[in-house]
Design a protein around this ligand. Structure first.
Ligand code: NAP
Length: 318
């Protein structure tokens, strides 16, 4: 049986793997079938990860983290975890292939998923003008008019990136100030292709088979108006990916997995959680990486204690 299975391949998952592998715990990372590398795979330049003064592309950073984890013996399963059995000393992780992996401990680092607007036909028009990923889909909007929804760093980043392709980018925010960092706000304000639309939310999506525009509602007056568009990028944050552990692990009021103080210990012994899935506030690559470290160290301590108990039982029954 394995010592530890790590579910997730973002900064938290790979960093947990680096630490666990260097502690000779031979971790298996369940890296997902299609979303290997997590959120940073959808990012362009990462300018705030220490050690890269000239910035590094998100996918390159993730590839390097994986290489570093594999260098110390991490195994990788390019598959999704579909079911978890976390009770008892043996944890079972069922993969998409049907294979069941067993381990004494599990580190859950599944990150977070794009938040949706929650309006009619959002899913129908996904891939037909509505997108959550500028780096994936920006290319399709050369010389087009698009809108980005949101007021955080993601919205600033996506809007700025999309001006490489689009002729016009509306940056639509529901309030009259952004929550994004000042430097990223300024970059957006300075970009002449970006026009900020304050106090507005999307009331409706227009277009039969592909998006042709949106209906905006003024959040102050309630007035509505139409805005013709070729594309809409939704960048309104993320929700922790916890669907696999509902009813199995305690969650917080924010919907993140509850952990004990500053540790990664969840409500189930031997199960640890790290990264965005436990973090409602900071959600940075570097904080996720640090959180992965904590989880690996906690798992190591748990396994050492487990080994002590097993030894004591063996002595007592000999
Ligand atoms: P965020 O900071 O939570 O911002 C989400 C934005 O979307 C907020 O402006 C929010 O409006 C708006 N919003 C939420 N729900 C909405 C809805 N239903 N309709 C319309 N607008 C809605 O999320 P984020 O921008 O994805 O950033 C998440 C974390 O990642 C942050 O810590 C951020 O610093 C970090 N990040 C960093 C970088 C970087 O440094 N390069 C890049 C991207 C993200 P309100 O402001 O009114 O709440």
């Amino acid at each position: 049986m394995r010592d530890v299975i790590i579910i997730g391949s973002g900064p938290a998952g790979w960093t947990a793997a680096i630490y666990a592998a260097r502690a000779n715990l031979n971790p298996l990372v369940v890296a997902s079938q299609v979303e290997i590398g997590g959120e940073l795979m959808n990012t362009t330049e990462v300018e705030n990860f220490p050690g890269f003064p000239e910035a590094i592309m998100g996918p390159e950073l993730m590839a390097q983290m994986q290489q570093q984890a594999e260098r110390f013996g991490t195994e990788v399963a390019y598959d999704d975890a579909t079911e978890l059995d976390l009770d008892g000393d043996v944890k079972r992780v069922t993969l998409g292939s049907g294979k069941v992996e067993e381990a004494k401990s599990v580190i859950f680092a599944t990150g977070s998923a794009y938040r949706k607007l929650g309006i009619t036909r959002e899913d129908d028009l996904s891939g037909h003008g509505v997108s959550w990923c500028a780096t994936c889909d920006g290319f399709f909007f050369r010389e087009k008019t698009i809108a980005v929804i949101g007021g955080g760093d993601s919205a600033m980043e996506e809007a700025t990136f999309l001006t490489k392709f689009a002729s016009k980018v509306y940056l639509v925010h529901r309030r009259d100030e952004f929550r994004a960092s000042k430097i990223m706000q300024q970059r957006a304000f300075d970009n002449e292709k970006i026009e900020v639309v304050w106090n507005s939310e999307v009331a409706d999506l227009q277009g039969e088979t592909a998006l042709t525009g949106i209906v905006l509602r003024d959040t102050v007056t309630g007035d509505t108006r139409e805005l013709p568009l070729d594309g809409l990028f939704v960048a309104i944050g993320n929700d922790p990916r916890t669907h696999l552990v509902h009813g199995k692990l305690d969650l917080t009021v924010d919907g993140t997995i509850a952990v004990d103080g500053r540790s990664s210990r969840t409500s189930v012994p031997g199960v640890f959680a790290a990264g965005d899935v436990i973090d409602p506030s900071y959600r940075q690559a570097v904080t996720a990486a640090a959180s992965g470290t904590v989880a690996a160290l906690d798992a190591e301590h748990y396994l050492a204690a487990l080994a002590d108990v097993e030894k004591a039982v063996a002595v007592a029954t000999a």
